[in-house]
Design a protein around this ligand. Structure first.
Ligand code: PLP
Length: 366
């Protein structure tokens, strides 16, 4: 059986260096914040090509802190509207709602899984103050289109880059340095995964970075001085150490992911399976390889019986979840269609060429 994802195999190459790092950590006596966190923040900012990085407790909190930071700076107010993609993981919308803002759900564009800029344009009223794009499945949104759109309306452009570490547009704009601020998740199954919860905010805005640093640490710019009603949303120091080690070889990991995707795109040839529309130029880092089929249950069953794991990202759209009941009546036909058709097939760095071949053979035999 080829599992959909093999997290133990993915982390196996790091076990020796992680074990040494754990020893250093235990003897350091510095278990909250400190040099390890600062070190990772510097490395990750440099990796993204952004001026500042603030490590956070997880990806949801990274998004939360961006919104809370802008509110604290007076650039967003309670009740302001934020454009969000309807086709995404629920965290995107939750961060907006939990920050006292209102999500405005935008359909994906036909043929891509990402937010459609024309629909975003149509939904932009004077109440809309920000656009939260998601580089879904690891694929960058059309960077130039969205930057132009945000600029034209004078609204903030925020990236949910939780699935897109290292994705870079053709003209060199990297996830995390595209919008006004970006949120990353290092949840263990993400392209750069910690051994627990972790996340980060990147931005070129010094004031925002400072505000977020204060807010994430009890609103305290200085020990026992509290200027804001803050949170505890700090990046764990041990995870920061692991992440610094993982970052070293991440570019190679990305290349491996793209190489597997390239084989899938070239060699899967079956009229019943719709392959994703994407480029192999680095603008998609293939957090997930998502195909579309008409009869999903049948297809997934076929894969299972032939030893290929698969998953659905995601089976129920956020606006149809009970938690978001006030949005349940929205009609978003393309989002609904995609949610009914998408299937993710295995794509991770520890897959062997034989396994990749088997996956291709099984999909072609469907
Ligand atoms: C994983 C993910 C998040 C949330 O990250 P956590 O670290 O789990 O809080 C947010 N948005 C998207 C698109 C994600 O995939």
């Amino acid at each position: 059986m080829i599992p959909f994802f093999d997290i133990k195999a993915e982390n196996k190459v790091h076990i020796d260096s992680f074990t040494k790092e754990l020893q250093l950590f235990m003897h350091s006596g510095q278990y909250i914040m400190g040099d390890a966190v600062r070190n990772f923040e510097q490395k990750y900012a440099a990796f993204c090509g952004s001026n500042y990085c603030v490590g956070t407790s997880n990806g949801l909190d990274a998004l939360r802190l961006i919104f809370e930071g802008y509110k604290s700076l007076g650039q967003l107010q309670d009740g302001d509207e934020v454009l969000v993609p309807a086709h995404t993981y629920i965290a995107t919308a939750l961060a907006v709602i939990q920050s006292g803002l209102k999500p405005v759900f935008v359909e994906p564009s036909d043929g891509s899984f990402n937010m459609d800029v024309e629909q975003a344009e149509q939904l932009t009223t004077s109440s809309v103050k920000a656009c939260l794009v998601v580089h879904l499945y690891g694929q960058l949104v059309d960077v130039n289109l969205f930057r132009t759109f945000a600029k034209k309306h004078g609204i903030l452009l925020i990236e949910d880059a939780a699935q897109a570490h290292g994705a870079v547009s053709q003209n060199g704009q990297k996830a995390g340095a595209i919008g006004d601020a970006a949120a990353f998740s290092f949840y263990p199954t993400k392209n750069i995964g910690a051994l627990g919860d972790a996340g980060a905010v990147t931005t070129n805005n010094e004031l925002l970075a400072k505000e977020i640093k204060t807010l994430q640490n009890y609103g305290s710019p200085k020990k026992y001085v509290h200027e804001k009603v803050g949170f505890n949303m700090r990046l764990d120091a041990l995870q920061a150490r692991f992440l610094s080690l993982k970052l070293v070889n991440y570019t190679t990991d990305c290349e491996r992911r793209i190489a597997i995707a390239s084989r899938y795109l070239d060699e899967i040839n079956n009229s019943k399976i719709l392959l994703p529309t994407c480029e192999l130029d680095g603008s998609h880092v293939f957090h997930l390889f998502v195909v579309r089929v008409a009869n999903r249950n049948d297809f997934m069953e076929f894969l299972t019986t032939r030893g290929v794991g698969s998953l659905v990202h995601y089976p129920i759209p956020p606006h149809k979840q009970k938690a978001l009941s006030e949005y349940n009546q929205l009609s978003l036909p393309l989002t609904k269609k995609y949610h009914n058709e998408v299937v993710s097939i295995p794509l991770y760095t520890s897959l062997s060429e034989n396994q990749v071949q088997h996956i291709i053979d099984v999909l072609n035999a469907y």
